[in-house]
Design a protein around this ligand. Sequence first.
Ligand code: C2E
Ligand code: MG
Ligand code: MG
Length: 639
Amino acid sequence: MSATYRDALRAALLYLVLSVVWLQFSGYLLNSFFDNSTDLLRWQLINGYAWVAFSAGLIFIARARLFRCLGVGAKLRERNADRERLRQAAAVFDCTREGVLVTNSNGLIVHVNRAFMEITGYQCEEVLGQRPSMFKSGHHPPGFYQAMFATLESLGEWSGEIWNRRKSGEIYPQWQTIRLVHDDQGRLSQYVAVFSDISAIKNSEHELTHLAHHDPLTNLPNRLLFTDRAGQAVASAQAHKRGCALLMIDLDHFKLINDSLGHSVGDQLLKGVAERLNTLFGPGITLARLSGDEFALLAENCPQPGHAAALAQRVIDGLKERFQIDGHSLFINASVGISLFPSDALSAEQLLRNADSALFKAKSAGRDSYALYTEELTAHAQQRVEIAFELRRALEQQELRVYYQPVHDLKTSRLIGVEALVRWEHPQRGLVSPAEFIPIAERTGLIAEIDAWVMRQACQQMCQWQAGGVVLSFVAVNVSSRLFARRELYQQVAQVLHDTGLDPAYLELEVTESAVMEDPEVALEQMHRLRELGVRLAIDDFGTGYSSLLRLKRLPVQKLKIDQGFVAGLPGDEDDAAIARVIVALAQSMGMQVHAEGIEQVEQAAFLLEHDCDLGQGYWFGRPVPAASLDWVRAPVIG
Ligand code: C2E
Ligand code: MG
Ligand code: MG
């Protein structure tokens, strides 16, 4: 029982005992002394008042006592609750994972908790009586602390990220809340700081940001970061009135490595390229991997086009050295497109776009080289868009024509076959060369329709010639590499042969060497199926790609066409002569025919005849012409 109840009970008992005693005493007096009724009445009255007064007094005393007891009890209860609260607060203070630091109004540390010691590495006795400035990291400028105290003074509280130093000397970020505490009189009595160590969060934030801005394979900046840096470089170049350059780098025929040696070797080569490029360039140059085998380089200070060209040459030469990967010795070439600020472009996006156009130019010029962006290139790009648009119309309006170029047997000089070559009879521009529109048709996907149309025309024409008694061994049509990779090519050829009724043995399909080597496995399968149809197969522009002789041997091909680039130098150029001889020997060893294209002079024809080349085609024999203009009788005599 609590003291309060005990006191209340005691007061009630006292009141009861005294009441009984008084009643007894008054009864006794009544009986002993008064027999007179008047006296008795007076006595009873006096006694009544006295009784009431006595009772009231007693009640008053008891109630005062009771209230005092209740007050004491309540106070005791309150003190107990306070003690409980303090115990809880102490437990929280000690167990919380947040570091807690309390200073007095003079800013001297008076309390720290266990978490504080764990986070900072300091023991309690090392910090008590010290100022929190002992943890300063030097990371923040003085203005930071001034702003913090100003907020504390005006709002009574400050929260924010702050970098402090642990006992080990390591600086780390913490999220901290500082609050002012006032006493009952409203005077500042303490500062309480509660903080948590957020270095883990910061690290993962940092990792996430890194991942979002870097290529995971090479760890180089990705397109996002590179574009951002290019933007900064342009702004800085503008401010400092200097030039900067953006170089777009593309590895030549990288796909071949991926396809022939697998993606793991391809990936390692890309890593190797990134490392090699990194060693070539120092600060002031940002390297990035934009996609697949496309890298980019940003030179923040590049005053002249000559400097950019020198950088490009360094990239090309630097990558030429062999890469040793998984026991393979790999060689890779690169093409580079250059765009300059401010002469070519005024923004990062424009720099990227123009470097890309210049890269296209470098690749078209035969790869393994660099090209600078020029205004003329932009005009070219615009023209390409226009051509793509008009080409659709050309197909619908039947503006395409098929020309035929004669192919002669070099030994007999006899016309033996023709190559079908497409032309575009543009209403305004006249006859447009396929070299101009075929690459665009390939990119827009229109090539499928064009090739199918040319094939149909050529087969029909061959049937007409045959019906007219003209004897030719073949009509050759070119098949785009884009179609060659597609399995429906077989279907298309079969359909055309069926519709036109041409004997498949008279149709020759020319496939470029690079198309075959782009995906050799698909090419092999495709070629076998086409051979089953009975058509002839030739490899066009031989010598310009990267044929593997082993693969070549497995292909069911009847003919190699020596690229006109090697014929041009004949017979004087020793390299061209050696290459031509090797190709003839190679073809013969594999049981294939050899067909030289681009013969413009009799000496070229004579050299090829002398070295056992079978067939010849070129302006010297005849230019491509419409079917009706073919000269059937002319048989130029070599030598
Ligand atoms: P190609 O298949 O290698 O055709 C030979 C090219 O060399 C033709 O150019 C031809 O006119 C040209 N040529 C022939 N003899 C000589 C010569 O003595 N000297 C010189 N300098 N050139 C000669 P053309 O007709 O402009 O065709 C260019 C390329 O366009 C073709 O090269 C072929 O790859 C492609 N092509 C042409 N027609 C078609 C087609 O119907 N479909 C596809 N996919 N490509 C085609
Ligand atoms: Mg051809
Ligand atoms: Mg060719």
